[in-house]
Ligand binder design. Structure first.
Ligand code: SAM
Length: 260
């Protein structure tokens, strides 16, 4: 898709299809104008991952020559108040916010997001269709918490709350298939809208946004993730990318199968 795609005929504000940078999620949100974003879909690196990692049920990095990273840094639960306050501020009125979440973190995240002003509707389930690791029932699903700012109708009231899409194998750690975000984006935004993700990882939300004729902006602390995202998004057309990203001649990120 290029800028001549019909979805962009009426595109407001930013003329480029995407804008990605290497920044802390909250710092990046603070830099966004108030009520400038049509939809937030995001998947923070929860501190609960540390626990999974400690007991060995989480995706692990196979050491590549090019990278010394074992894993991305986590975002502590204690930072939820500032994250959700900024998320609420940057979203336009009458919008939706989707938060990928595990069963442990949802009990912490839900009340914090409500305190920031969001209305919680329900957890959606991403059914990965095959089992992963685990000790007490093996993991086959993740939650996606569905929040609202103001009041907005979903575009298709016939969509079920279980989204069945196979997991990604050998991807970025905790990588989500764009097909999951495509459903969320089509439900809660219109062509030409701006979709944001401040914890982009491999850029799956961005891919889903551009594929469905939306625009995308986002960030990640990990420059390799931003480079990976940028290279995926460039296939859809022009965008703005932070300078000085590492070259990805060979894959820096080599991970084993996603096992969560
Ligand atoms: C679970 S992954 C996101 C995966 C992504 N949804 C995908 O499909 O590939 C979480 C990401 O958050 C990033 N991250 C961790 N702390 C961050 C912070 N303070 N600000 C921005 N990104 C952060 C990590 O580098 C990691 O790429």
């Amino acid at each position: 898709m290029t800028r001549s795609h019909p979805a962009f005929a009426e595109a407001p504000v930013n003329p480029s299809l995407f804008d990605v940078s290497v920044l802390d999620a909250v710092d990046w949100l603070r830099a966004q104008p108030t009520e400038s974003i049509d939809l937030l879909v995001t998947d923070p690196a929860y501190e609960s991952l540390e626990k999974h990692r400690a007991i060995g049920t989480t995706t692990r990095l196979k050491h590549s020559k090019a990278s010394s990273n074992n894993w991305f840094s986590v975002f502590p639960n204690s930072r939820f108040p500032e994250l959700f306050a900024e998320a609420f501020r940057v979203l336009k009125r009458n919008t939706h916010f989707y938060l990928f979440c595990d069963a442990e973190t949802m009990f912490v995240a839900k009340p914090e997001a409500e305190r920031a002003g969001f209305r919680f509707w329900k957890p959606l389930v991403w059914d990965k269709k095959t089992i992963g690791m685990g000790y007490h029932y093996r993991a086959r699903y993740e939650f996606i918490l569905f929040f609202e700012k103001g009041k907005r109708r979903l575009n298709d009231l016939g969509t079920p709350d279980v989204i069945s899409v196979p997991r990604i194998h050998r991807g970025y750690p905790a990588e989500k298939p764009p097909a999951v975000s495509e459903i969320l984006i089509q439900q809660s935004s219109s062509p030409g809208d701006v979709v944001a993700d401040p914890f982009m990882g491999s850029g799956s939300v961005g891919v889903a946004a551009l594929k469905t004729g939306r625009r995308f902006c986002g960030t990640d602390l990990n420059p390799e993730a931003v480079q990976l995202t940028a290279s995926r998004l460039r296939e859809f057309g022009d965008g703005h990318t932070t300078r000085d990203l590492p070259d990805l001649q060979s894959p820096l990120l080599e991970f084993s199968d996603s096992q969560l």
